[in-house]
Design a protein around this ligand. Structure first.
Ligand code: PMP
Length: 477
């Protein structure tokens, strides 16, 4: 006999067993509880409490309004609480809230696949698997690459970041703090230099061809000295190095990786977790180069805040996976799929890429002008770089032979954390930014829907912040 469908109002209410105290709402109480009971392993920027968000604006519990140039590290790409996405989340939560992927299909899951197929850089990328976090999707990519090739070894880029779970941390090369003291990590991971002047010990004006040449030689050596091509399952690359400092990969280097992978049957994995979904001015950052990866990993910006990630590869590669080898309780959660469907539909039906490119041009023009204004602190900025709405300022560093020199006089003692000083000065003026990398880098990754006004507000604050920090340093304070 089939079960009777029960609507929400027919779900029996159980008698209440106790009277619970109300949860804390006072900001100071929230901070105290967090301080005492939430792991210090998190390393939070500040102890402020975010209460509301709309577009690029965030309101704290103490009524501070912040202009958010972080978008939760590239997540709320359509802005906080985008009405289309919020409506889709509510509607789905009122319909069915969890469809376990090994038990049944759901409409949003499959409709999301349809929506994503239309966005792929190449039609060969046609077989999907969804998970929750970026790190988990990286784990899936490792598994698929190893299963398909029946090889163990993985090559990653110096400075690359792929996550904090065990396998993903083993692939991470941006900072030791992500895995320090937790080894042994997954073995069989080899590191090759990424064509980034600072990490290669070269000056910032080194020609791109020279950087690429160095990187190519080192990869060739790696394949002859440390991991034979026949033992190498995959090469993982971020088309724009993210946590490593927002460094776009030269196209010639990506083409070389493609060549090497094709020649040796190695799976080329593009980690588009931070760069994907219009962030860099194309739907996926790898498209700038024209290279087609064998497998792509994505997360963050395509569900506007709901946790969902995924991998996509060719059916012929994905078909190597036996039933049950991929999965997870929340894998492709139906509410997250509904949010991703609404987000990707919005991206496909609006000129997001046009906005990203127009705003990016304004941002880089403005930041270059701040750098050029050497009398007002521009001298502290070593490089302005990035792509689309991944924007970074690398500052001078007393610990680096390449970036410590400046012509403001010997009496000036450079602090080692100019990026953090500027970040603080921005925060004091209501602008939220991020730092990253082992070098003093400040980065911004705002929602893709930002306006010209948002850009002007950011530039005004950045100019003041740079000027203030520089005058403090110049005064020797
Ligand atoms: N890869 C890249 C390129 C990332 O930027 C991130 C997150 N910053 C990850 C992987 C890991 O994603 P998650 O934090 O969702 O596990």
């Amino acid at each position: 006999m089939p079960a009777t469908y029960t609507t929400q109002s027919e779900i029996p209410l159980l008698p209440s067993a106790s009277k619970l105290p109300l949860p804390s709402t006072l900001t100071s109480d929230i901070q105290k509880i967090a301080d005492k009971h939430i792991t210090k392993g998190l390393g939070r920027l500040r102890d402020h409490v975010f209460k509301e968000g709309r577009g690029l604006q965030v309101l704290t519990s103490e009524n501070r309004q912040l202009l958010d140039f972080t978008s939760g590290i590239g997540v709320t790409s359509l802005g906080h609480c985008h009405p289309d996405v919020t409506a889709a989340i509510i509607a789905q939560a009122q319909s069915i809230i969890h469809v376990q992927c090994a038990i049944a299909l759901s409409e949003p899951y499959v409709q999301l696949v349809e929506s994503l197929l239309a966005m792929m850089p190449d039609p060969s990328l046609d077989s999907f698997f969804f998970w929750n976090s970026g790190s988990e999707a990286i784990e899936a990519a490792i598994k698929v690459a190893r299963t398909k090739t029946r090889r163990n070894n993985i090559i990653v880029m110096q400075g690359g970041y792929h996550g904090r779970t065990s396998g993903a941390a083993a692939l991470t090369r941006s900072k030791t703090s992500f895995f320090k003291g937790t080894g042994p990590l997954m073995p069989c991971v080899y590191t090759t230099p990424f064509p980034y002047w600072h990490a290669m010990g070269l000056g910032k004006d080194t020609a791109e061809e020279v950087l690429v040449q160095h990187a190519k030689i080192q990869l060739d050596n790696l394949l002859q000295q440390q991991t034979a091509p026949e033992d190498t399952a995959a090469i993982f690359v971020e088309p724009v190095l993210g946590e490593g400092g927002y460094i776009p990969a030269p196209h010639a280097y990506l083409h070389y990786l493609r060549e090497v992978c094709t020649k040796h049957g190695i799976i080329l994995v593009a980690d588009e977790i931070q760069t994907g979904f219009c962030r860099t001015g194309k739907t996926f950052a790898i498209e700038h180069s024209g290279v087609v990866p064998d497998l792509m990993v994505f997360a963050k910006g395509f569900a506007n805040g709901m946790p969902i990630s995924g991998i996509v590869t060719r059916t012929e590669i994905m078909d190597a996976m036996p039933a049950g080898s991929l999965g997870g309780t929340y894998s492709g959660n139906v509410v997250a799929c509904a949010a991703a469907l609404a987000t990707t539909r919005y991206m496909r039906s609006h000129d997001i890429i046009g906005n990203v490119n127009a705003r990016s041009e304004e941002i880089f023009k403005g930041l270059n002008a701040i750098q050029a204004d050497t009398e007002n602190g521009g001298w502290m900025i070593e490089q302005v770089r990035g792509q689309g709405l991944m924007v970074a300022l690398e500052f001078k560093d007393p610990n680096s032979v390449q970036t410590r020199t400046h012509d403001r006089g010997d009496h000036i003692k450079l602090p080692g954390n100019i990026n953090k000083l500027v970040q603080d000065a921005c925060y004091d003026r209501g602008l939220l930014t991020l730092t990253t990398s082992i070098y003093p880098v400040l980065r911004m990754i705002p929602a893709l829907i930002l306006s010209e006004n948002d850009v002007q507000d950011m530039l005004r604050v950045m100019k003041e912040a740079v000027k203030e920090v520089a005058s403090t340093i110049e005064r020797g304070a």
